[in-house]
Design a protein around this ligand. Sequence first.
Ligand code: PLP
Length: 280
Amino acid sequence: SVILYQDKFLQREQGLVDMEDRGYQFGDGIYEAIRVYNGNLFLMDWHMERLVRSARELRLDLPYSAAELTENIKELVRRNGIDDGLVYFQITRGAHHRQHDFPKGVTPVLTGSASEMVRDPDRTHGISSILADDIRWLRCDIKTLNLLGNVLAKQAAVDSGADEAILHRGDTVTEGTSCNVFIVKDGQLITHEANNFILNGITRRFVFALAEQLQIPVIERDYTVDELLAADEVFITSTGKEVTAVVKIGDQTIADGEAGPITRRLITAFSAEVERVKAG
Ligand code: PLP
């Protein structure tokens, strides 16, 4: 496959990473994952906005403008002949003899790939989840390469035969290991506010817009594990999973084990937008 290395298109084997790259040694870098529908990048501007914010919060100087990056990523998609897929790219602070503080004069390193991702047209299958302690650091709003808290929770889910782990800090539900979590109660959507405890998902933001179109109220606030388990419906949102129902949490079945009516309305509205994007 063709990868993006800085602003060059290389074969994957040619994109060698320095062993002293700070992404490798410290997880000192940021990333984005962007969905491609029929060769078109979905919500690219929002992803770029978030990337710029992540870079600013880590005081990492982006080596390319959002416009340059967007052009290169479009080209990456084109060169790989991706129809429906996913672009992943990351930017590390660069390579330098190991020291914790920021080295002077290093150049950030960008690497990116694009791969096929088949979209299941029937979006109504629900997933199962476990609950897991949110042991991550206190800046979950930055999309950094440091994902060990997420990785361990996801593995705990897989080890217990579940698809996902819903994280909670004390009684408060935060998000999933790579998704945001919404509950539906009495016709309203409730999801954690976008503060330092969660990643402000692009899909989360898009679902806010869909909900507005559908006149479904959205409330951003802390909600508890008890509220989660007593919800009428639960769903997750992410670039890869779009809107997906959660129908089991631990031993407990949610919404009779199927995607509930509000989740289905959102899935239908989301699919309509995807068709629009596909049409170009
Ligand atoms: N929360 C976490 C921790 C994530 O890693 C992700 C995406 O990977 C999300 C939420 C969902 O974000 P998005 O909708 O931008 O994919």
